[in-house]
Write a protein that binds this ligand. Structure first.
Ligand SMILES: NC(=O)C1=CN([C@@H]2O[C@H](COP(=O)(O)OP(=O)(O)OC[C@H]3O[C@@H](n4cnc5c(N)ncnc54)[C@H](OP(=O)(O)O)[C@@H]3O)[C@@H](O)[C@H]2O)[C@@H](O)CC1
Ligand SMILES: [K+]
Length: 572
């Protein structure tokens, strides 16, 4: 399991440890781990070209000390000091003594030289800001982050990619400016090579392995294809004369990024929530944790791995019958949307329950039976309900929802069921012993409106963790908020980020498949939060399996791939 701690928790744990360690010991631990990772990525260290982007805080200090270690092993190390007067003094002295070259941002011609160095590097180390960062990258860091993204260099972020919010994963939008919409203005770095993202960020992050078990790319100088991450947040920066002694006022003209896009992030002591939640998770690439001896308290966010899910998944006992394994009542589909019921049922049958009982209009039941003859049709005993997929919002749907919410069993509410729930308000869940709500961002907006809170879809997407937690507390239910990172919050404060998934899951019916899997797991007796964690994980993994080699998949392919996802998880 990956556990993430807030900046406040990290600071407190660091302070406790620093009080009993010699000065600088923690930074040396961090730098040693960082340098070892970089050396592994480079393969051959002597002769390699390493460029350090060095900010004004301890994050820059980590980069300088790691640079010192690489320089002692034969790397050519160039440090670009973005705030020369505030660069870490001891780190700077150490790098100098090891033969590293220092380039202060207030020197004449800095920006052009810096871009040339970044463009010719094998590895760029992002030590601009760490947990002390606030908001978008400032000039000239923003321009150099873009140069790093365009270069062939492997980009390694120190602690976290500079510019992402450590607690939320948010990435600030580019600041407005006269030239900022103008796009690229001819600042292509030497050696820039457009092309697809190389394998680093697509290694096994989040699906059961540490990145170094499946090296992201061949080691050695001249590492191929690190850059050309083509979706730069492109904006021009205004040409402006540098103010004396103020490196942040040294502007160039060209593309800039509000945050660094890393291939690998080496984080210290513990994961930060922003490394597990998009967009920060996407910017971080493959994340490696380096222990520095911190003992933080309970995490604010967790991300399951194969073994965690394997431990939770139900295993039938020898004497189990279908009722002992759990029966899911699926209240879904309508004459207008019969497909949702068929899809959800197909997934539910692969979700570990003993049986799936379809409850709904006769013609839809016939369609479900035709596709899945093992389904029970009609009212009867169930251990949990899943209600809402393709249900419609008319009077018949309202009556069905009311019956389900009164049945005294755990209930998953999705899609149209959420629209109706938002109208009814949180009191509608009062008699449900364990509710699981599975909104996407638009449905989350409706649910928040049901609590009297006005917001927008964009706000929900920017604040996924906070939204899920707010809904969970407001409705007294577990909430699985679907999105590029699916997050889960329960009403007691437990929060999870799902590490599996693929953009190919953004396909019609995908949510119905998730409903089926999560509903079935709920029926087997899992706590709503555990059912949500397992279902999101399996759904994301099944999506990856169904779209392997970049082949687009349909929702029914995802349901069909669920058994392979189980098998992969169980093998762990
Ligand atoms: N403490 C420990 O024991 C250990 C800590 N460790 C390391 O220390 C890191 C935390 O160091 P930190 O606290 O010095 O803050 P850090 O992240 O370097 O940045 C602060 C500086 O950045 C500046 N700045 C802010 N936003 C900016 C922006 N958008 N764009 C540009 N600049 C921006 C800000 O400037 P100001 O706003 O004040 O002008 C301020 O000067 C941590 O992540 C880990 O790497 C490890 O060595 C392990 C042991
Ligand atoms: K950083």
């Amino acid at each position: 399991m990956r556990e993430a701690h807030s900046v406040e928790q990290v600071r407190a744990a660091e302070a406790a440890l620093m009080a009993v360690l010699p000065g600088g010991a923690l930074m040396q631990r961090a730098a040693a781990g960082l340098a070892a990772t970089c050396a592994g990525l480079l393969g051959r260290v002597p002769g390699s070209r390493v460029v350090l982007l060095v900010g004004s805080g301890d994050n820059g200090g980590d980069a300088l000390f790691a640079g010192e270690r690489l320089a002692r092993r034969g790397s050519r190390v160039d440090a670009l000091l973005l705030a020369p007067k505030r660069a870490h003094t001891a780190g700077l002295a150490a790098l100098r003594a090891a033969g590293g070259r220092i380039h202060p941002a207030d020197a004449p011609g800095f920006l052009a030289d810096a871009q040339a160095l970044v463009g010719g590097a094998d590895l760029v180390l992002d030590g601009i800001v760490g947990i002390g960062g606030r908001g978008a990258l400032r000039p000239p860091a923003d321009v150099l982050a873009a140069a790093a993204a365009r270069s062939r260099a492997l980009v390694v972020a120190v602690d976290l990619p500079s510019g992402i919010d450590a607690d939320t994963g948010a990435v600030a939008a580019p600041p407005p400016g006269p030239d900022r919409a103008a796009g690229p203005a001819g600042l292509d770095a030497p050696g820039a090579a457009p092309g697809p993202v190389a394998g680093a960020a697509e290694a096994v992050e989040g699906v059961g392995g540490a990145w170094h078990e499946a090296p992201p790319r061949p080691a050695g100088p001249g590492l191929p294809g690190a850059a050309a991450r083509g979706d730069l947040t492109a904006h021009g920066t205004a040409a402006q004369a540098p103010a004396e002694g103020d490196a942040h006022a040294v502007f160039g003209t060209g593309m800039a990024l509000t945050a660094v896009r890393a291939d690998v992030t080496v984080t210290f002591g513990t994961y930060k929530p922003g490394l597990l939640v998009d967009p920060g998770a996407e910017y971080a690439g493959v994340v490696e944790l380096v222990g520095i001896g911190l003992t933080p308290p309970a995490p604010v966010l967790r991300a399951a791995q194969h073994a965690d899910v394997a431990r939770l998944l139900p295993v039938p006992a020898r004497e189990s019958d279908k009722y002992a394994r759990g029966v899911l009542g699926l209240v879904a589909g309508s004459e207008r949307y019969p497909g949702a019921a068929v899809l959800a049922t197909g997934a539910a049958l692969r979700g570990g329950a003993g049986a799936v009982r379809y409850v709904g209009p006769r013609p839809v039941g016939d369609a479900v039976l035709a596709a899945h003859p093992e389904v029970l049709v009609g009212d009867g005993r169930v251990q949990a309900y899943a209600v809402g997929a393709g249900l419609d919002t008319g009077s018949e749907a309202r009556a069905r929802l009311a019956t389900v919410l009164d049945a005294g069993v755990p209930v998953l509410v999705d899609a149209d069921g959420l629209t109706l729930l938002a109208e009814l308000g949180k009191s509608a869940l009062a008699r449900v012993p364990g509710a699981l709500l599975t909104p996407h961002a638009g449905e989350a907006v409706r649910l928040l409106a049901g609590l009297g809170l006005a917001t927008t879809r964009a706000d929900v997407e920017a604040e996924r963790l906070a939204t899920a937690a707010e809904l969970a507390a407001g409705y007294g239910a577990t909430v699985l908020l679907k999105g590029s990172t699916t997050v889960i919050a329960d009403p007691y404060g437990e929060t999870w980020a799902n590490p599996t998934g693929t953009p190919y899951l953004a396909t019609a019916g995908s949510g119905d498949v998730l409903t089926g899997l999560a509903g079935a797991l709920l029926a087997t007796g899992l706590r709503p939060v555990d059912a949500a964690v397992c279902a999101a994980y399996l759904h994301g993994l099944a999506g990856r399996l169904a779209s392997a080699d970049g082949v687009p998949c349909a929702a029914s392919d995802v349901a069909a791939a669920a058994p392979r996802a189980w098998a992969e998880v169980r093998r762990a």
